[in-house]
Ligand binder design. Structure first.
Ligand code: BTN
Length: 326
């Protein structure tokens, strides 16, 4: 009922009467009053006026289940939300719940991670109050070799969501870093358990630097936040809802085509080093080439100096700009 009341309060720009809420939820006035008190404790400013009812004046930047749910317009993504004030890693939690059979589309969100994980065994700095740490649990009916493509589907969805909810143009650094002004604003970590022929589940973890004013020295050169780009503070729940909405749409396209052909054009348009020289770092071997965009399987197509085309697989390969990270 709390999620629903919050949604109703947000939908109305004016007062909603206590009696209307009682009738709608078939509960007593005291129950409605208790929900309002709970919301106030969580930081919502709610005005209560005799004979008129309740009016939501402002919402805090919280990423609780109620706050995210009240903004979601999805069919299945984030219909169930598991929220933690603090946890080791939302990817770890998604895997624990995934093993227990939790449903497709469940979202795991934390305000703080104590053991945030990055790619290639690295950590992911995860202080509270300013960032997004979320993981989506999926049970796609696709063959295991197609599952890594979902990382690119998420990459594009995050870039689109940031444009839509924050009005900031970001770029994608293949395969799945989101960058602003050549610095990383979001990282994505996909993990999965598969059988020979089918995918058991996939978890896609997304870390977005939203309201950080600064970063620890070790990452300050490479990392940025939406706040650092514009000087504005963003509502994390709004961004989370936007990511889920974009993902749901792009995922449906992906399932329909069975590959990335349906989102390839949008992805290439956002690709930071499309048409530019890049350095491809393979284990024990590095070479320079010009990036030409992805193919329908999500591999990066590059042109070598002798004119030959080559496909670069994600995984152990890393692509850099000639002069640094991008
Ligand atoms: C990267 O190295 O670029 C990937 C970073 C992924 C970080 C996110 S934060 C939410 C989820 N939980 C984790 O432990 N990692 C991912």
């Amino acid at each position: 009922m709390k999620n629903e009341i919050l949604r109703l309060l947000k939908e109305r720009d004016t007062y909603i009467s206590g009696q209307q809420l009682c009738n709608y939820f078939k509960v007593s006035r005291t129950s409605v009053w208790k929900v309002m008190e709970q919301l106030k404790k969580e930081g919502y400013q709610i005005e209560a006026v005799r004979n008129r009812g309740y009016h939501l004046l402002s919402s805090p930047d919280v990423i609780s289940e109620a706050e995210i749910s009240s903004m979601l317009k999805t069919q299945w993504a984030g219909k169930r939300i598991v929220y933690f004030d603090e946890t080791d890693s939302t990817n770890n939690q998604a895997k624990v719940f995934g093993e227990k059979g939790d449903v497709h589309g469940t979202l795991f969100v934390a305000d703080k991670q104590t053991a945030g994980k990055g790619r290639r065994g690295r950590g992911w700095d995860s202080p509270p109050g300013e960032s997004i740490y979320m993981t989506l649990l999926l049970r796609p009916e696709i063959s295991p070799e197609r599952a890594p493509m979902l990382t690119l589907v998420m990459g594009l969805s995050v870039a689109e969501a940031i444009r839509e909810a924050a009005g900031i143009e970001t770029k994608i650094k293949w395969p799945n870093d989101i960058v602003v002004d050549k610095k990383k604003v979001c990282g994505i970590l996909t993990e999965m358990t598969t059988e020979m022929m089918y995918v058991n589940y996939v978890v896609i973890g997304v870390g977005i630097n939203v309201n950080q004013q600064g970063f620890p020295d070790e990452i300050a050169k490479m990392a940025t936040s939406l706040y650092k780009k514009t000087g504005k503070v963003y509502r994390r729940s709004e961004l989370i809802a936007a990511v889920l909405e974009r993902f749901e749409k792009n995922y449906d396209t992906f399932l329909r085509t069975g590959d990335l052909s349906g989102i390839q054009e949008a992805y290439d348009a956002a690709l930071v080093n499309c048409g530019q020289e890049v350095k491809v770092l393979e284990p024990g071997h590095e070479y320079e080439a010009v990036a030409e965009g992805i193919n329908e399987n999500g591999e990066l197509m590059v042109r070598l100096p002798d004119g030959r085309k080559k496909q670069v697989f994600a995984g152990e390969v890393s692509v850099r700009g000639i002069y640094g990270y991008v």
